[in-house]
Ligand binder design. Structure first.
Ligand SMILES: Nc1ncnc2c1ncn2[C@@H]1O[C@H](COP(=O)(O)OP(=O)(O)O)[C@@H](O)[C@H]1O
Ligand SMILES: [Mg+2]
Length: 310
């Protein structure tokens, strides 16, 4: 049975979910570790389907993610070896589930998500986890890692055209190679987290107590680090009153400097930030959100306009 829908994500039809549950229960590498397995379908999960069970030895919850990739599996395991409090512990992983060809991972459950109940602290927890990710990643060798280049960014902008983002998008597209040259020179390329947002980070303690966070959904890419906080900023700028959401790029730059990672400051930081925010705003623009949220268009228009002026 095909469990992937046409857009490449695991289908959530009742039939497919039942088939996945059955296949999980037929997979010894999982049933050896966990009992009482049930579906645990996530609202914010995009590509995968999750299940949960009880760890036979410890009685703790085990999360089974179906629809990972071989890179996600290997990087989560490697990162846990390098820095055990950065990602969940992986109990088992594989590329087949019963008779279905799909990558999966059974891992430690991390109980709390990072949302606005943290009253702004969620952003610092994620930025700090990002710093630890950059540090741990330098110890992992992966010659097959995907890389973001000027052509990748050009494609983001070209693809955005059909969604008609606000602001001078043609102008931004015309400058893409010059802008890329600047960002590449100032930031360099390193292993970045890429999908750096609040639904890909969890904590072991409830708000307001946790002092560090755990990253999930590991899909690293070689690219300029500034794209990580720029993406996070663009995704979290609609509500001007939300505590802790401002200046995420300069805060990341400061934390990088304190951690002895390559960083930027003053005019260079401002220029690079504007460009990265403009690119991400174009890439992330969703016309359907603009219809529902009054602030959205103006915020994205500002990002795109400021970038195109550089
Ligand atoms: N190890 C885990 N412990 C607890 N919840 C998890 C764990 N992994 C995933 N989840 C839950 O599932 C959601 C989606 O997981 P994620 O790995 O990001 O899937 P996707 O690739 O579909 O985005 C998370 O936001 C979280 O709520
Ligand atoms: Mg995710």
């Amino acid at each position: 049975m095909e469990i992937f829908a046409r857009n490449g994500v695991v289908s959530r039809s009742r039939e497919t979910l039942a088939h996945i549950l059955e296949a999980v229960n037929q997979t010894k590498a999982i049933t050896r570790i966990a009992s009482d397995i049930e579906l645990f379908v996530q609202e914010y999960g995009m590509a995968a389907v999750h299940l949960r069970g009880i760890h036979r030895k410890t009685g703790l919850v085990v999360i089974i993610k179906v629809g990972t990739s071989s890179r996600e599996n290997s990087w989560t395991k490697k990162l846990h070896k390098v820095m055990s409090d950065l990602v969940p512990k992986v109990y088992a992983s594989g590329a087949k589930l019963g008779n279905i060809k799909v990558h999966w991972m059974a891992m430690e459950a991390i109980p709390f998500g990072l949302g606005d109940s943290w009253k702004g602290k969620e952003f610092d927890l994620l930025l700090d986890a990002g710093i630890r990710f950059y540090q741990a990643s330098t110890k992992i060798n992966d010659p097959t890692l995907l890389e973001t280049t000027q052509e990748t960014v050009k494609k983001w902008l070209q693809r955005s055209l059909i969604k008609r983002p606000p602001g001078p998008i043609d102008n931004l597209l015309a400058k893409v190679y010059d802008h890329w040259g600047l960002i590449d020179e100032k930031c360099g390329r390193e292993v970045a987290f890429d999908d750096f947002h609040l639904a890909n980070v969890m904590t072991k303690e409830p708000p307001p107590n946790s002092r560090s966070a755990i990253l999930i959904d590991i899909h690293p890419r070689r690219q300029p680090w500034i794209l990580d906080p720029a993406y996070l900023q663009v995704l979290n700028s609609n509500d001007p009153n939300r505590p802790g959401h401002k200046n995420l790029i300069s805060r990341m730059a400061r934390k990088r400097k304190d951690a002895d990672l390559r960083s930027l400051e003053s005019d260079e930081l401002e220029m690079a930030s504007k460009i990265a925010l403009g690119w991400m705003a174009a890439r992330q623009w969703k016309p359907e959100v603009a219809k529902k949220q009054p602030e959205y268009r103006a915020v994205y228009e500002k990002f795109i306009s400021e970038a195109s002026e550089i």
